[in-house]
Write a protein that binds this ligand. Structure first.
Ligand code: NAD
Ligand code: WQD
Length: 337
C-alpha cells in the first residue's frame, strides 16, 4: 500500500484529507505535535478510515525525529498541513510564525531531500493574493502579503519554487485554499477552534449554539451588493478531495504546480448567515461593526486551472456546508455534556 505522511493530519483540513486518502486506498501516517488539535480526534478519525492510521506525536522542526520517521518507512509523498494559521496572532508573535511555518518547512524539506520522497503537497492560501486587483482570482495574479502569516506562506511558496528549479526531480503542488468550511457529515470530525473563533463560520455556529450572544459583522460599507465582505467558501471535503487529485497528478508528473482550490463563487457575510439560519432553523442575531483591519471586500477563485489539470472541482453547495457545520457543532455539544 502506498504510504503518505500527513503533517498536521490531526487538524481541521488534515483530518478530512486523511479520511479521503484512506478511502482511496492509501496508507496514512500522521505527524502532528497537537499544538492546535486534540488527541481524542484521532480515535474518531480512525472510525472513519477503512485502514489503520499511524500516528506520530512530534514536531516538524525536530530533524532527529524526521530522520527516524523517513528511515523507518518509505513514503510515496508528504502532504504538509502543519503550521500556525491565525492572522491576528501572527502580527503579535511574528517570530513564532516564521519559526514554526518557515523553519518547520525547511526542516521537513531537508529531511525529505536526504531520506524521504521528493514529492510534496503544500497548504498555501488565498491570502498570498493580498488585496486582488480583480475577481475571480487566477493563479498568475500578483502575490503580496499584509501580515506575517501570509508572508510565511509566500516565503514557503518561493522556497518550493527554488527547490524545483534546483532539482526538477521534485514533484510539488502549491495549493491555495480559499475559505474552508463545513465538516464531515458524520459529525465525528470538524473545526474546533480554541478560544474565540477568528473565522466567520465557526463564530456563526457558536452563536447558533448559544455559546455567543451575537455575530459581529465586520463592515457593511464595502463596495458589494449588501455592503458585507464576499468570500469563496469551500466545503472541507471538497478541499480534501483536491489533495487526492493533486497527489495523483504528482504520481505522473514531476512538476511544480500552483492551483486555486475554491468554488469560483463568492457569498457575502449576510448570505452566509441567512443560509446558516436555514440549516439550523434558528435566528442568528447580528450587530454591524466597523471593518476589520486588513480585510478586503471580495475574494473568490477562478478554479479553471484545477479543473483542467486535476479534473477536480468542488461539488458541495452552501446548504451542505452549513448543514454539516451545524451537525458537527451539535455533535460536539453532545460529546462535551
Ligand atoms: P489546524 O490548526 O486545524 O491544523 C494544523 C495542524 O498542524 C494542527 O493539528 C497542529 O497541531 C499541527 N501543527 C502545527 N505546527 C506543527 C508543528 N510544528 N509540528 C507538527 N504539527 C504541527 O489548521 P487547518 O485549518 O487544518 O490548516 C491546515 C493548513 O492549511 C495550515 O498550514 C494553514 O495555514 C493552511 N490554510 C488553512 C486555511 C483555513 O482557513 N483553515 C486556509 C488556507 C490555508
Ligand atoms: C470572512 C468574512 C470578515 C468573522 C481568513 C484568513 C485567510 C485564510 C482564511 C488561512 C470577512 C467576516 C468574520 C466575524 C465577520 N486562512 N467576518 N465577523 O478573512 O477571508 O480569511 O481565513 O490561510 O488567510 O485571513 O476569513 O472567515 O475570517 O472572514 O463579519 O466574526 O467574514 O470580515 O468578510 P478571511 P474569515
Amino acid at each position: 500500500m502506498n504510504q503518505i505522511l500527513v503533517t498536521g493530519g490531526a487538524g481541521y483540513i488534515g483530518s478530512h484529507t486523511c479520511v479521503v486518502l484512506a478511502e482511496a486506498g492509501y496508507g496514512v501516517t500522521i505527524l502532528d505535535n497537537l499544538c492546535n488539535s486534540r488527541a481524542e480526534v484521532l480515535a474518531r478519525l480512525q472510525m472513519l478510515c477503512p485502514t489503520k492510521l499511524e500516528f506520530i506525536k512530534g514536531d516538524i522542526r525536530d530533524p532527529v525525529l524526521l530522520e527516524q520517521v523517513f528511515k523507518a518507512r518509505q513514503y510515496q509523498a508528504v502532504i504538509h498541513f502543519a503550521g500556525l494559521k491565525a492572522v491576528g496572532e501572527s502580527t503579535v508573535q511574528p517570530l513564532a510564525y516564521y519559526e514554526n511555518n518557515v523553519c518547520g518547512t525547511l526542516a521537513l524539506l531537508k529531511a525529505m531531500q536526504h531520506h524521504g520522497p521528493k514529492s510534496i503537497v503544500f497548504s498555501s492560501s488565498a491570502t498570498v493574493y493580498g488585496d486582488p486587483h480583480a475577481v475571480p482570482i487566477k493563479e498568475d495574479f500578483p502575490t503580496s502579503a499584509t501580515n506575517p502569516y501570509g508572508r510565511t506562506k509566500l516565503m514557503i511558496e518561493e522556497i518550493l519554487a527554488d527547490l524545483h528549479r534546483a532539482d526538477t526531480g521534485w514533484s510539488i503542488a502549491r495549493l491555495r485554499y480559499f475559505n474552508p468550511v463545513g465538516a464531515h457529515e458524520s459529525g465525528l470530525i470538524g473545526e474546533d477552534p480554541l478560544g474565540v473563533p477568528n473565522n466567520l463560520m465557526p463564530y456563526v455556529a457558536q452563536v447558533a449554539a448559544q455559546r455567543r450572544p451575537y455575530l459581529n459583522v465586520w463592515g457593511n460599507d464595502y463596495d458589494t451588493p449588501d455592503g458585507t465582505g464576499i468570500r469563496d467558501y469551500i466545503h472541507v471535503l471538497d478541499l480534501a478531495k483536491g489533495h487526492l487529485s493533486a497527489l495523483r497528478y504528482l504520481e505522473q508528473h514531476s512538476e511544480l504546480i500552483t492551483l486555486n482550490l475554491g468554488t469560483g463563487r463568492g457569498y457575502s457575510v449576510l448570505e452566509m448567515v441567512a443560509e446558516f439560519e436555514r440549516a439550523c432553523g434558528l435566528k442568528i442575531p447580528c450587530r454591524m461593526g466597523p471593518r476589520r483591519k486588513g480585510d478586503i471586500a471580495q475574494c473568490f477563485a477562478d478554479p479553471t486551472r484545477s479543473w483542467e489539470l486535476l479534473n477536480w472541482r468542488a461539488t458541495r453547495g452552501l446548504a451542505q456546508m452549513c448543514k454539516d457545520a451545524w451537525h458537527w457543532q451539535c455533535s460536539e455539544k453532545l460529546r462535551n455534556e
